[in-house]
Unconditional design. Sequence first.
Length: 282
Amino acid sequence: MMSKDLKQPIYLFSIDLEDIRDMVPNGHLLEERVPTNTYKYLEFLKKQQAYITFFVVGDVARNYPELIQHIQHEGHEIACHSDKHLPLDQLNQDQFKRDLEANITALVKAGASNIRGYRAPMFSLTEKNAWAYQYLAEAGITYSSSVLPADNFQFGWAKFGEQPQMVAGVLELPMSILNTRYLQYPFGGGAYFRVLPMYLIQQAFKRKFRQGEPVLGYFHPYDIDTHQKGIRFPYIKSQFYNYLMYYNRKNMWKRLAKITKLGGVMMPYQQYIEQYLAANEL
Ligand SMILES: [Zn+2]
């Protein structure tokens, strides 16, 4: 039965729950947008009768404990997305360990339970900071979705490969990429999902589904926010890339509707990991 389940097309849709206001100077002078956008995603998921994973930043859990409880109460999984949303290349091992502990404490305090997953901010887990897996395992984390298996990005780890791998007792599910001859691109979530031609995205989903592989998708509160005033995103130096952070937000729901029609089943990452481990000897 397990292997049959794995043959269903699977869309590992997820939300990276972060508040851009926590990351920019005087950010909290800007309008509060996270609850409104999160409720829109929850409504969408309810219509799909889908349960997914929310990777939550510690700051968000501290500021919105009721929201975290509500998400969990709706049947979704809560997982870690760091405490301060700093890319891992800005942290040493000790700082990483403390950031992770603070993230878990904030989630538990907000009412989350059964926390098993982790996603590095900006998919910044690379070969250089692979020591992170050991700290994840020590903190009770059993899976991670933190690697971008390509080299043409600010953060990436091409040698990791596109398949899940067990590292120091943690199962890493690398981000799905569109592998062309010259470049690799994510396509299942975030800015790429908004910016790439829809035809390319649909083809990439179909190919993955045919291969019996899941597509990982990640979305942020801001990806659907057509109301948010123009701000400069932290760590994004290029004006063009900052522009892309806003590009095509208004068509997100239309795009998502086209993709959900392809029939990929959504489920919490934890559930997928259990199925995966039962079907594969790792
Ligand atoms: Zn993030």
